[in-house]
Design a protein around this ligand. Sequence first.
Ligand code: CIR
Length: 260
Amino acid sequence: MTTPRFTRAIVRPPSSTFAQGLTRAALGPPDLALALAQHEAYGRALESCGLAVTRLPPDPDHPDSTFVEDTAVLTPRLAVLSRPGAPERAGEVASIRGAVEALGLPVAAIEAPGTLDGGDVCEAGGTFFVGISGRTNEEGARQLAALLSKEGFEATAVDVRGEPDLLHLKSGLAWLGDRTLAVTGPLAGRPELAGWDLVEVDLAESYAANCVLVNGRLLVAAGFPRFAAALRARGTELVELETSEFRKMDGGLSCLSLRI
Ligand code: CIR
């Protein structure tokens, strides 16, 4: 299995309305100045991994629009505009469409009644795990699987509706390269993941499971020492990033960028 090299990323800094976004976390309101600084460090980390980063303007009409990953699924052969499951986020797709089209890939879209958030789509070396969640419905997952299969990719649905701690599939699942996945406890015994090597993230560190492999380095949330130690013991090079302000809005590392 080859690890793809990403060359480009799209990000959008949080806007003045960031604190009005959706959240289930009881961590208090985010500090916008700190969120902007953390976002800037995130963009620089992507650049240090060799990506050209497109920074879209902040979009105060859409408080959650910094979580760009939810608006599209990018593959080397096809971009798919999503149809977010939270009605409050529906308008984000129109505002990212131009940036996705500018990537020069064929562009498809999830259609009603399908819903799909990009945070439910975990790519693992040509295999796509597609979460069915509170945001992504079966029809959305089916449409995406059909689009991916036409491009020669495998798609496996993983129903996480019974897992209240998982906003999205990628809240508890990440690809670590080769045949290895990071998983939180609720996903560890899932038959859909049979045959994969699993690195289980401690319950107390489950937020850190949302990490992103970028050109041989793993971007991971700072402040989760056991997970970091387990990864280093495997020889993984880590880029630890502060994400406290995004966590307050239920966001992790992966949702802050679209990568191709
Ligand atoms: C939401 O609830 O939609 C946003 N506040 C957070 C989205 C995080 N996205 C992601 O994990 N892919």
